[in-house]
Design a protein around this ligand. Structure first.
Ligand code: FES
Ligand code: FE2
Length: 444
């Protein structure tokens, strides 16, 4: 590893070691995932006291739980006795947590409740001593139901960290006639043999679909339109066909915006009236009726005219507000990453809208997706390619001199295929990696 980390990122290029060096990966866990606001889960996953959900901050296991008082907590998933994982199920409801090794039992807020054979411990052993409790993650905040946690005791709050990206989360929630969303259905889990940064870099990459996803583009273009009949086929076909739009379209019609702390979003790349609004099925008309009756015509129009594709909240989250998809990035090793994808139901919308969400998920995020599998293969190939003795520097200069300021404190690509979003993530990377703490910049 080079002594001076700032040498790894230079104008228009980045050193490949930041994707391959295990020592840099360990440092990222400490300086990025150990500091930033990391996405934990959604409040709807822990509706009732005792509901819990197990996840990770970086590689550290934590539990999201609603305690007896209805408070949401994020607790390190480690027994205060000899360190076993306490909560082993992915999710559930419990009245208390019990460690499977020697039976230490904890209240839902992590305080120790009971210890078998307590008489055997030294006289001053006290189950009310905070040192015998499961440890809380120091800062936990929600934005419109999305729970984030930070292991940094001080620093800017969640909204300062999110900055203008709050508007992408707003877009996801505002699409619900009742103004609320909930996690529904199952979770897709996939893994690849490559670095975690590759995933976020791909989600805003408008230069790859036409090339990478060629096989599903060809198949969808050859498929007759009759498959449209149930509505779900329309979403899959239109999505896959539109990946085949010409380069001239990708360059000029999509839009790429970036913001402080590494965040970014890509515009919708569907022409005509865009993918969601173009659905002419009865359920969509019923949905608009429900929206207008709850929010009025003008607000409904405003909400449905927001046209974002993937929004990235660096370093842990990528979501797609129009079809209510959310993916969480879990770094496992320098060349191993796991991604979990969740779907949200729009409260107050016809049930068919959720079926469309699932249909979209199956098309682009599912384990049997004809699209995602291409991207996973790319991540694996980058993982392998970077382990060769090829060029040391990776090129990220497309659009470098033409980036433009954005009205909301960020920058956007003059051209939608600009690699500005990678440069922006690497600016954040450098900022985190070269500061031991307080790496998050508030957005003024
Ligand atoms: S390690 Fe948990 S009770 Fe012993
Ligand atoms: Fe892709």
């Amino acid at each position: 590893m080079m002594e001076d980390l700032s040498q790894y990122v230079q104008p228009g290029r980045v050193h490949r070691h930041i994707y391959t060096d295990p020592a840099i990966f360990e440092l990222e866990l400490e300086r990025i995932f150990g500091v930033a606001w990391t996405y934990i889960g959604h409040e709807s996953q822990v509706k009732k006291p005792g509901d819990y959900f197990r996840t990770f901050i970086g590689r550290r296991p934590v539990v999201l739980v609603r305690d007896d008082e209805g408070e949401i907590r994020v607790i390190h998933n480690q027994c205060a006795h000899r360190g076993s994982l306490v909560v082993a199920n992915d999710k559930g409801n419990a009245s208390e947590f019990q460690c499977c090794y020697h039976g230490w039992t904890y209240h839902l807020d992590g305080r120790l409740k009971a210890v078998p054979l307590q008489h055997g411990y030294p006289r001053d052993f006290d189950i009310n001593n905070p040192k015998t409790a499961m440890v809380h993650v120091p800062r936990v905040q929600s934005y419109r139901g999305f729970v984030f946690a930070s292991e940094a005791r001080d620093g800017p709050g969640l909204e300062d960290f999110l900055g203008y990206m709050t508007t992408s989360l707003d877009d996801l929630v505002d699409r619900a006639p009742d103004g609320e969303v909930e996690v529904a259905g199952g979770v897709f889990k996939h893994a690849y043999d490559g670095n975690w940064k590759l995933y976020l870099e791909n989600l805003c990459d408008a230069a790859h679909p036409l090339f990478t996803h060629r096989s599903s583009i060809d198949a969808a273009q050859q498929q007759s339109d009759e498959v449209y009949s149930d509505g779900s086929g329309e979403i899959a076909l239109r999505q896959m066909r539109q990946n085949g739009a010409p380069y001239s379209f990708w360059e000029s019609q999509v839009g790429i915006w970036t913001y402080p702390n590494g965040h970014s979003y890509l515009g919708d790349y569907h022409d005509d009236t865009k993918l969601v609004a173009a659905l002419q099925e009865p359920a969509f008309r019923d949905y608009i009726t429900a929206m207008e009756s709850k929010k009025g015509k003008a607000e409904t129009r405003r909400v449905l005219e927001v046209r974002r594709w993937n929004s990235n909240v660096y370093p842990s989250l990528s979501f797609m507000s129009q079809f209510q998809q959310l993916r969480v990035v879990h770094p496992i090793a320098v060349n191993r990453t796991v991604v979990h994808t969740y779907n949200f139901r729009l409260k107050g919308a016809p049930e068919k809208m959720f079926r469309n969400t699932i249909s979209f998920a199956n098309t682009v995020n599912g384990t049997g997706s004809l699209v995602l599998t291409d991207d996973l293969e790319i991540y694996n190939r980058i993982g392998m390619g970077l382990s060769s003795a090829g060029a040391e520097w990776i090129e990220i200069g497309r659009g470098l001199r033409t980036d433009l300021p954005d009205a909301h404190g960020g920058k956007r690509g003059h051209n939608s295929t600009s690699e500005i979003y990678i440069r922006n993530m690497l600016d954040a990377w450098l900022n985190y990696m070269t500061n031991d703490h307080d790496a998050i910049r508030p957005v003024s």
